[in-house]
Design a protein around this ligand. Structure first.
Ligand SMILES: *[C@@H]1O[C@H](CO)[C@@H](O)[C@H](O)[C@H]1NC(C)=O
Ligand SMILES: *[C@@H]1O[C@H](CO)[C@@H](O)[C@H](O)[C@H]1NC(C)=O
Ligand SMILES: [Cu+2]
Length: 329
């Protein structure tokens, strides 16, 4: 969702949100080698209201199961990406198309980028933070948001998020949870004003770690559970810059990324690798399914408008044990 202030937000809700999709992961490169369009990625369902369900609106309720791996994030991808400890991964976040021309995300979306690793399936307190980057330059003029990992770095880096598999990590199945938190409406709290508030874009990737590593993940955090709407990194006014005369209270320029500290077993630096050729198409079939208030609507898209063919109810069901994904025939 776009919009900087209350009025812009109201306009965005009326016009923009319903037709504008948001960024999510379209592909993963392992040491620069593309693993193919959407392979291994739990593609978030569009969580917009019918009949125009093309908006995969952000997750905003930190207490919802959707905060774990986005809407319908319990649905497995048929493919699992094989990696080894020390491999350099590039998560490819895109908006409309998997092309260099893609805008990745609207510039208004200032906020941090993060990554967590959990055994698959997650257990209580199993998500371990392995990467984070927040605000890295202060705004120079009054109300300037400064430079943020999403709107400056990820956007200018063609949507590439660099993640490295921890050294010596024990073999097994894992979920890599990439996340963007857009704070352009973070001066409001979702529990007090559900139209606004911080916007979460979590997206999970299924990994199988190979090799004879012996390092186990330490205890981590749960999703939901890790974040509170009152966390200073979630309830934060990005337009409160050093030069801002204090019109808004509270107004703090220092930014504290939410969640736990990065695990000491994670790499201190992530490596930007040159990526090779992209595999598969650069466009995706338009969404023909969306979810709103636990109702899933299926539709065929004719000339840009949706002809609803059925609805069903949905409740996330996360298995306690690892289940091998069903490969597509
Ligand atoms: C990952 O990147 C680091 C730093 O550039 C490099 O030393 C390492 O060899 C890379 N890992 C692999 C598996 O290529
Ligand atoms: C994405 O690609 C499709 C198919 O090529 C094209 O019709 C559409 O205009 C593109 N969208 C944007 C925003 O570039
Ligand atoms: Cu948005």
């Amino acid at each position: 969702m776009k919009g900087q202030g209350l009025f812009a937000a109201a306009i965005a809700l009326a016009n923009v949100e319903l037709i504008q999709a948001h960024t999510f992961i379209w592909g993963v490169y392992v040491n620069g080698v593309d693993q193919g369009l959407f392979n291994g990625i739990r593609i978030p369902a569009y969580n917009g209201p019918p009949p125009r369900g093309y908006a995969n609106s952000p997750v905003k309720d930190v207490n919802s199961i959707d905060i774990r791996c986005n809407v319908m994030g319990d649905h497995q991808n048929p493919y699992t990406i094989k990696v080894k400890p020390g491999d350099n991964l590039t998560l490819d976040w895109k908006h409309n198309n998997r092309t260099k021309a893609d805008d990745i995300i609207d510039f208004s979306h200032h906020g941090p980028i993060l990554a967590y690793l959990s055994p698959d399936p997650p257990k209580e307190n199993s998500f371990v933070k392995i990467f984070e980057k927040g605000k890295y330059e202060e705004g120079a003029t009054p109300f300037a948001p400064g430079k943020w990992a999403i709107s400056s770095e990820l956007k200018s880096n063609n949507g590439h998020m660099n993640i490295r598999i921890p050294a010596g990590l024990k073999a097994g199945f894992y979920l890599l949870r990439g996340e963007l938190i857009a704070l352009h409406e973070g001066d409001a709290r979702f529990d007090q004003n559900p139209i606004r508030g911080a916007q979460f874009y979590p997206n999970c990737v299924q990994l199988e770690v190979l090799g004879d590593g012996t390092v186990e993940l330490p205890e981590g955090v749960s999703f939901p559970g890790a974040y509170k709407v009152s966390d200073p990194g979630i309830h934060h006014d990005v337009y409160c810059s050093t030069k801002t005369t204090s019109l808004k209270v509270p107004c703090t320029t220092t930014y504290q990324i939410p969640g736990p500290t990065v695990w000491s077993g994670a790499w201190p630096d992530t490596t930007k690798v040159e990526v090779g050729a992209q595999l598969g198409p650069s466009t995706a079939t338009p969404w023909s399914r969306w979810i709103s208030k636990s109702v899933v609507t299926s539709a065929t898209i004719v000339g840009g408008s949706a002809q609803v063919i059925g609805t069903s109810t949905y409740q996330a069901s996360w298995s306690a044990n690892y289940v091998t994904p069903t490969p597509v025939a």
